[in-house]
Design a protein around this ligand. Structure first.
Ligand code: TXA
Ligand code: MG
Length: 317
């Protein structure tokens, strides 16, 4: 069983020995290993049962440290980095050969991010290598937002979980790359598109595709609970599924005819809803409900990321 604690030195020594450690970030927990060491990175894929065509994000603590493994930081990337790092933003930048191909699944660009979590920033500063880290969940399942979530599923496979409390943002980082020079959001996430556009002007948002190898993170079915989930008008859905044990994951209000209710934010606060979303999905997935019914939230701010995760949670494989 893994140990849960907040000892940076312990995390550091395990990472320096070439092994994986779970780390807190403001978005979700990551499963981290030395990004410069292909054998260490291979363990991440093995533990997550993640296909190697799905590349990893490399985490570092400063723009200076980043320059040791990316070839260049274009002007627009640098504007975003200065505005939002440390924070829930991942940038796709041309990689130096020092980053093993396994990290990027052979792609020319590496995904990079400076996370905004005090424990993890201190850990990164103490290491002389950056950390490759996907979300610390089995491939395809809901991302973890607490140390206990990580322990529940990967506890047998990792030695140490660095506990930094519940993730404050709760959905993964927003990924931005440049396609033919046009800033493109490849995954909507914890940094809103409005915020990005205020800094670099209009961006394009890549449409969802299950067969686009340039954006493997956009797999159609992802973040999915084991209990089937359906999104739409909850009142109508409750009628459709009458006779089944129903759990409802709603935005603001309870539905008295459902067997189980989980409300994301009674006050209708999208940031609060995002912060609670994955914990809510896990909690409902651990009930004996036969179906989880949910609804989309307003498509503004973090609502876009919430709706994206809900859609993928409902998608058939
Ligand atoms: O908030 C986050 O981004 C969290 C925390 C731990 O930092 N990490 C995370 O990692 O969500 P992961 O592996 O679950 O999702 C990263 C996504 C993947 O879907 C992957 O396909 C995409 O980023 N990605 C990584 N490197 C890429 C690359 N070089 N080109 C295109 N997509 C890339
Ligand atoms: Mg993930």
């Amino acid at each position: 069983m893994s140990h849960i604690g907040s000892e940076i030195l312990q995390a550091k020594s395990i990472l320096e020995a070439g092994k994986a450690v779970a780390i807190p970030t403001e978005t979700v927990y990551g499963l981290a290993a030395n990004a410069m060491d292909a054998d260490a990175v291979a363990q991440i894929f093995a533990i997550k049962k993640r296909p190697t065509f799905d590349p990893l994000i490399v985490h570092t603590y400063s723009l200076e440290a980043l320059k040791s493994f990316v070839l260049e930081i274009p002007e627009a990337a640098s504007l975003l980095a200065n505005a939002f790092w440390p924070g829930p933003l991942t940038l796709l930048l041309p990689k130096k050969p020092i980053i093993p191909d396994l990290v990027t699944s052979g792609l020319e660009r590496v995904a990079v991010r400076i996370p905004n979590h005090p424990l993890t920033l201190r850990l990164l500063q103490s290491l002389d290598f950056p950390l490759a880290a996907p979300s610390a969940n089995p491939f395809g399942y809901i991302s973890p937002t607490t140390a206990q979530h990580v322990a529940d599923q990967l506890g047998e496979d990792i030695e140490y979980i660095l506990d930094g409390g519940a993730a404050s943002i709760g959905v993964e980082s927003t990924i931005v790359g440049w396609e033919n020079g046009i800033a493109t959001v490849l995954r909507v996430g914890g940094l809103s598109i409005d915020a990005i556009e205020k800094v670099i002007g209009p961006v394009q948002v890549q449409s969802v595709s299950s067969s686009n190898p340039a954006a493997p993170g956009m797999l159609k079915s992802h973040y999915a609970p084991r209990i089937p989930m359906r999104a739409g008008n909850i009142t109508e859905l409750i009628k459709e599924f009458s006779g089944k044990k129903i759990a409802v994951l709603s935005f603001q209000q309870a539905y008295p005819t459902a067997d189980i209710n989980y409300i994301l934010s009674e006050s209708g606060n999208l940031n609060q809803a995002a912060q609670r979303l994955f914990a809510a999905m896990r909690e409902l997935d651990n009930t004996d409900a036969e179906i989880i019914l949910t609804e989309f939230v307003p498509a503004i701010g973090l609502g876009l990321a919430i709706n994206d995760r809900l859609k993928r949670a409902c998608a058939e494989e």
